[in-house]
Structure formats: structure tokens, C-alpha cells
Design a protein around this ligand. Sequence first.
Ligand code: TXA
Ligand code: MG
Length: 314
Amino acid sequence: MIETEALTPSPQGLARAAEILRAAGLVAFPTETVYGLGGDARSDLAVARIFEAKARPRFNPLIVHLPDLDAAREFAVVDARAEAVAQAFWPGPLTLVLPLRAGAGLSPYVTAELGSVAIRVPAHPVAQALLREFGGPLAAPSANPSGRISPTRAEHVLAGLSGRVAAVVDGGPCAVGVESTILGLVGAPALLRAGGVTSEALEALLGPLPIGGDASKPNAPGQLASHYAPEASLRLNATPDGASVFIGFGYGASDLNLSPRGDLVEAAANLFHLLREADALAKPGQGIAIAPIPETGLGRAINDRLRRAAAPRP
Ligand code: TXA
Ligand code: MG
């Protein structure tokens, strides 16, 4: 166990965070989607520490975070199609899986030796400032123990990983609240994970997108059946039954509400925090029930996370 340092996003805080990262230590930092558990993507030691801190069951590939498209060209082959998507959505909650540029210096643990690499250019000003201060690629999965609810506040990171990460930079609550959309661009475009950029927005640029994830053959923790799980059991598409802690969406009686005005953007931003709050409210043996969420726009990412959170536990 180490004592986790709580850092502010001041110049001094970011300088300290970069110093830890240069020594192959881990720093959790805010992005607009969720908090990431960052380590130097060129360092086998740092990347191994990420897997150890999260207790990830195996070496799933990680997303490499970079400050801009030019930095992405150093590590991946960016063709005209990838360039058009990047121009439209970066910086932002979109990850592109691209052909890996061999010999660019990434740890093989980051890419799981797939020959491709997942790259994200986050928009959050603290993530941007940290990437520029550090000056290299940051591998960063969500900063939570494997299988549990992703963190959207610095206190969520501490609740799950205190003593397992050298520092947390507190940038306040995450505005988007669900992880990035993952778009595969090795071969034909494929949607590998629903997320902060809606499939409608991507399809407006790329045409109809096949869903590329295969839940029976997971190459991604987000594709495992049980993931994002609260302690209490979770029932979906529910109405209030008086027995469960009820999370509503839109107008109506509820213990907690994702968005009283029925706004999917607000609901995504509140999702992981309210799942934690419901867990804290649930008495031993009591379950959580949640209202139906429309399967449109950010609702797709919300429902994807909820289905996994409700899936049978291993
Ligand atoms: O919003 C996010 O994406 C957050 C923040 C911190 O940036 N990060 C995140 O990372 O959600 P993580 O590790 O929870 O999810 C990474 C996903 C995994 O599902 C993994 O399989 C996929 O990215 N991935 C990484 N490299 C890949 C590759 N070469 N091919 C296919 N999928 C890949
Ligand atoms: Mg995750």
C-alpha cells in the first residue's frame, strides 16, 4: 500500500503528477467521460501496475491518450477516413482503433500485441494540461477496480483505489459520465462500444455502422457480461415497487432520479454517481430497480452499461 496523494489541477499539482508518471507511477486524472487510471504507455512497468491496481483479470488492451491528432500519427497509421473522423470528433469522447505504427515505442502490454492501437484525444482541460505537462502517451482505463462502477468524481477513485494509485488529480465531476465510444477503423468501420459520441452522430459521417463487439468472445472488459456492477442486485425497465431502491428517469416518484426532465445527456452524467448512491441507500438484501431508458442517442451507452451492471455475477 502507498499513500495516495490528492492533487489539485494547479501548475504545481500537474508538475507533481507528471513527475510521478515519469517514474512509472500511476496518476488518476479527470477526462470528460470518466476518471482514467493513467500510466506511461511506453513503460512495461507502469502498464503492469495499471493491471495490478485494477486487479484486471488479464491483459486486455488499453486506450492510449494523446493531446492531439498529430501526436496520434506517431503511434498509429491515420488514413484519410480516420483523419476525417478525428477532425469531426477530437478532442472528445471518441476512441479510434487504428493500425499500430510498429516501433513507435508503446509497451506491448498496451496493445496486447493485436497490431492495432486504441487512441483517444480527450477534451477535458485537466487531461489536456496533464498530457502536455507529461509530454508522452498515457495508457488509461477507467480508474475503478475491475468489474465495478466507473468513477466520475475524484472521491469515487479514492473509494475504489486509495492506496493502489500514487495520486489523484481532482478536476470535479465528469461532464459526459459514460466512457468514450470506440470506433474500429482497421478495415470496415465498426462500432466496438457505445459511448459519449452517439452512433447517430457517427453514422451521419460514416453511413450505417455494424456493431463490432462480440460478447461471447470478449477482447474488452466492457464486453464481459458482468461489468460496471453495484453491490446490490439491479433490475432494469422497472416501475417503483416499494421494495427496491428506485432510480427514476423523467417525471414521477423515485428515490433517486437520473434526470427529472428526461434528458439523456443529464442522465449519462448522473448514471455512475447515482448507482453508487443507490448502493449506499440499499439495505442488506435490498435491490436496486431502474426505470426504462430510451434506446436512442446517449441512451444506447446508458442501456449498455445498465445491461452489464445487471448481468449475472461470476
Ligand atoms: O472514456 C474512456 O474511454 C475511458 C477514459 C479514461 O478515457 N477509458 C476507458 O478505458 O474506458 P477501458 O480500459 O475501460 O476500456 C478500453 C476499451 C476496452 O474495452 C478494450 O478492449 C478496447 O478499449 N480496446 C483497446 N485497445 C483495443 C484494440 N486494439 N482493439 C480493440 N479494442 C481495443
Ligand atoms: Mg472500464
